[in-house]
Unconditional design. Structure first.
Length: 152
């Protein structure tokens, strides 16, 4: 077929205007939970979460308007490492670290099970509107790796 008659696919990826990370689309409920009304009204739909922990941008839209982490109404993980990793059940990095220190997976396993249950409200409470399970698993592995490096 002649390429003149083939339409190129539109790019659906939207990238953070500060760091270039691919944004994670979020719903209105998430924005209502983390962003003050005045700033939320500046963003158009769809809005995106910048997943880079080091980037100062929390949310942005396709027009490169954004809300900074410092302007959020509550702490959001991974932007704030002291914030709850699991916004639904309040599991923190400290909880995961205690599992690693004690050589167990009790808290981590319970957190994963809760996050996968019907009681989880990730679509509304998580900063990126997604399940925290990948963050919980990564945090556990990072804590264990850090412990292993210190014991060498």
């Amino acid at each position: 077929m002649n390429k003149a008659f083939v339409r190129e696919p539109d790019s659906t990826a939207t990238y953070c205007p500060r760091c270039g990370s691919q944004g994670e689309r979020v719903g209105t409920e998430v924005l209502q939970h983390y962003v003050a009304d005045a700033q939320r009204q500046l963003l158009t739909e769809p809005a995106f979460f910048c997943p880079s922990p080091k980037c100062a941008v929390a949310y942005f839209d396709a027009f490169e308007r954004f809300v900074l982490v410092k302007d959020l109404v509550r702490p959001a993980y991974p932007k704030d490492p002291s914030a709850a990793i699991c916004a639904c059940f309040g599991v923190t990095r400290r909880d995961i670290q205690r599992d690693v220190d004690e050589g167990v997976v009790t808290r981590t396993r319970a957190a994963v099970e809760q996050a996968q249950s019907s009681a989880a409200c990730c679509a509304h409470l998580a900063a990126n509107g997604r399940s925290c399970v990948p963050y919980l698993q990564k945090c556990f592995l990072d804590c264990r790796q850090h412990r292993d490096q210190q014991t060498r």
